[in-house]
Design a protein around this ligand. Structure first.
Ligand code: CP
Length: 326
């Protein structure tokens, strides 16, 4: 067990080794048990986390803020638009200055081509851990909560279990590609066979695809790409179907929407879920476009684990904060 995670950043999913992720999971399950029993676990008394948001959030903000309070510390909610970032505070200023005020800096910055770069520049200047609350490339805390949820539902031995990471249609906005990218990087390390399913225009980043293939080779799992939602769902143990924008094809929002609107039939419904295993779980990080991206029948149905998934954000994040910020 790798226990020394003090002062480590978590920006990309592979920043922590598999053994370190296992430590995070062990601590997360322990913290979940402690909370269920009402056992105090103030591992971060007097510590303060800066939460810098460049984009809206429900779950991420709520779970980081509640998590810090439950660990005996405090989280400061800071919106970029109410800072002096637009008046000259660079990544260096944010890392240097917030690194001196706070014990950790968590950032959400999903702007394509900008967010991940921003986090890495802040991390270079910061003396405290930088935690990625979602950037344009990765959503590592979502993925840790997802892994925790899959283990709860399917057991620790995930070898020969199939996860389909599928694109789904959404009408609301062009969503980041960070969730599917994090999933295809992390899941092979825990033995899962990964099928990535999307229309041709919704490719993920080539370097992330290469890394996912490399992880699959290293952990002797399979990684396959298909362009048919139904084919992807066949015999899956885990159906993880969500929308993302065609960002590798176009960054123009109007053109992106035009492309996206060609695939309105990529909805997760009961008929498609029936192609997966009988006990397949349905996962989504939320928010979802109800009855567009997924039917309410599936989302509120017996195979859906979306609320357990959302809950596990809290426990997984507390584990990383307790390990990195102590
Ligand atoms: N899943 C997720 O990150 O939710 P929020 O965007 O509400 O934080």
């Amino acid at each position: 067990m790798q226990t020394d995670l003090r002062n480590r950043d978590l920006i990309g999913d592979l920043d922590f080794s598999k053994e370190e992720v296992e430590t995070v999971l062990d601590v997360a399950f322990d913290l979940k048990r402690k909370r269920a029993l009402g056992e105090p676990h103030a591992y971060l008394r007097d510590k303060v986390l800066a939460m810098l948001f460049f984009f809206s959030s429900t779950r991420t903000r709520g779970s980081f803020e509640a998590g810090m309070a439950q660990l005996g510390g405090h989280a400061a909610f800071i919106e970029s638009r109410t800072t002096q970032i637009s008046h000259g505070d660079t990544e260096k200023e944010m890392g240097e200055i917030f690194g001196r005020y706070f014990d950790g800096i968590a950032i959400r910055h999903v702007e394509w081509g900008v967010g991940n770069r921003y986090l890495n520049f802040v991390a270079e200047a910061s003396r405290v851990p930088v935690l990625n609350m979602q950037c344009d490339i990765y959503h590592p805390f979502q993925c840790l909560a997802d892994l925790m949820t899959i283990i709860e539902k399917k057991g620790r031995d995930l070898r020969r279990r199939k996860i389909v990471v599928s694109w789904a249609y959404a009408a609301s906005y062009l969503k980041p590609i960070s969730v599917p990218q994090s999933l295809i990087l992390q899941m092979p390390r825990f033995g899962m066979d990964v099928v990535l399913s999307h229309p041709p225009e919704f490719k993920l980043m080539p370097e992330i695809m290469d890394q996912a293939r490399e992880q699959a080779r290293k952990y002797k799992t399979s990684f396959e790409v298909v362009h048919d939602m139904e084919e992807g769902f066949k015999d899956a143990d885990v159906v993880y179907a969500k929308s993302w924008g065609p960002l590798l094809t176009t960054t123009d929002a109007t053109e992106g929407k035009r492309i996206q609107d060609q695939y309105k039939d990529w909805i997760t419904d009961a008929r498609k879920m029936a192609l997966a295993k009988d006990d397949a779980i349905y996962m989504h990080p939320l928010p979802a476009d109800r009855d567009i991206e997924v039917t309410s029948e599936v989302m509120d149905g017996p195979n859906s684990v979306v609320f357990d998934q959302a809950e596990n954000r809290l426990h997984a994040q507390k584990a990383v904060m307790a390990l990195t910020m102590r």
